[in-house]
Ligand binder design. Structure first.
Ligand SMILES: *[C@@H]1O[C@H](CO)[C@@H](O)[C@H](O)[C@H]1NC(C)=O
Ligand SMILES: *[C@@H]1O[C@H](CO)[C@@H](O)[C@H](O)[C@H]1NC(C)=O
Ligand SMILES: *[C@@H]1O[C@H](CO)[C@@H](O)[C@H](O)[C@H]1NC(C)=O
Length: 295
């Protein structure tokens, strides 16, 4: 079993590679005649990453372990016993990364928030150093003219909650994810207007609980070689809770945080039912014009 490297991780690694050498003021690419004009107006060019694969600093500044920190310690899972302890060190080198994205003319950066950097135990105590890291990253992206696209969960479910109630197999995961999502909307929503809930939820369920190739590595024979799990039921239970968790976060966003017209400053009042009704109507009207863009 080998964990696949995704293309965008390779891209980020290249970006760091370029940083080490002399930096030209402009970069000329051989695009074989293609240009931005070949794409529809408003088409965004960006790059993407997941927290666990680029941040590093998995044990520093108060971050708690996710199920991936545990899973990759299983012998034979990752080539050369690799870990995510350093990776490309975006936690410390985010400014260099963003400068390079800017030099490459990217419009957007999709990154994920590490749940356990904000809530080391998944719920409860907030780790303010983690909160500050994403504030710094978001602020620096905006300063360099790059739009943040924030993904709330890219596989890295909190290990503390995995131990407590078996993660996505418990309905409690829906509530805890919604709480985390609400915290992120409240904390970063003044600057972040583009959110996604999950990266590849199908993969979380299928590889996590059917063949056990991904964390938490659960399955039953003959579908895989795991120490625990049930490939006949668990992928469906996990999927069900992922869908509910998405819906819970989307509902909180729409009812309490959605701001139209972006990036203006009207917010749904939490305490005024009549206000809320009026604003919901406006939101629906605008959605007709703009299409479903958020979540
Ligand atoms: C990986 O770790 C195992 C167990 O600790 C060890 O036997 C093996 O030599 C290590 N492999 C490499 C490439 O470091
Ligand atoms: C199944 O996993 C065990 C360790 O849990 C390992 O010893 C064994 O070689 C694996 N079998 C296969 C077919 O991968
Ligand atoms: C609630 O919202 C309505 C409609 O916007 C407004 O007329 C009313 O004064 C608000 N009530 C309170 C208590 O803020």
């Amino acid at each position: 079993m080998r964990v696949q490297m995704h293309w965008w991780v390779a891209l980020i690694i290249c970006i760091h590679g370029a940083a080490a050498t002399e930096q030209p003021e402009t970069v000329n690419f051989d695009t074989e005649g293609l240009s931005r004009e070949a794409f529809p107006k408003g088409f965004l060019f960006g790059t993407a990453a997941s927290a666990f694969q680029v941040e590093g600093m998995t044990h520093g500044d108060g971050r708690g372990p996710s199920i991936w920190d545990v899973f990759i310690k299983t012998p034979g899972i990752v080539a050369n016993n690799g870990t995510a302890d350093v990776t490309v060190d975006q936690y410390h080198r985010y400014k260099e990364d963003v400068d390079l994205m800017s030099k490459l003319n990217f419009d957007a950066y999709r990154f994920s928030i590490s749940w356990t950097r904000i809530f080391p135990d998944g719920t409860g105590k907030v780790n303010w150093k983690g909160v500050e890291y994403y504030n710094n990253l978001i602020n620096y992206l905006l300063k360099r003219g790059i739009t943040p696209y924030v993904n709330l969960n890219h596989y890295d479910f909190p290990e503390a909650l995995e131990k407590k109630y078996m993660g996505w197999l418990s309905y409690q995961s829906v509530k805890d994810f919604a709480y985390f999502a609400d915290f992120c909307f409240k904390t970063y929503g003044d600057r972040v207007k583009q959110w996604t809930t999950f990266n590849e939820p199908r993969v979380v369920a299928a590889l996590g609980y059917d063949n056990g190739f991904f964390a938490p590595g659960r399955c039953s024979k003959p579908y895989g070689n795991c120490t625990a799990g049930n490939s006949g039921t668990e992928p469906y239970i996990a999927t069900h809770h992922l869908i509910l968790a998405h819906a819970a976060a989307a509902q909180i966003y729409r009812e309490e945080h959605q701001v139209y017209p972006s990036p203006c400053i009207w917010r749904v009042s939490k305490n005024n039912a009549s206000d809320r009704g009026q604003q919901a109507t406006q939101v629906l009207k605008r959605r007709g014009e703009d299409g479903e863009r958020i979540i």
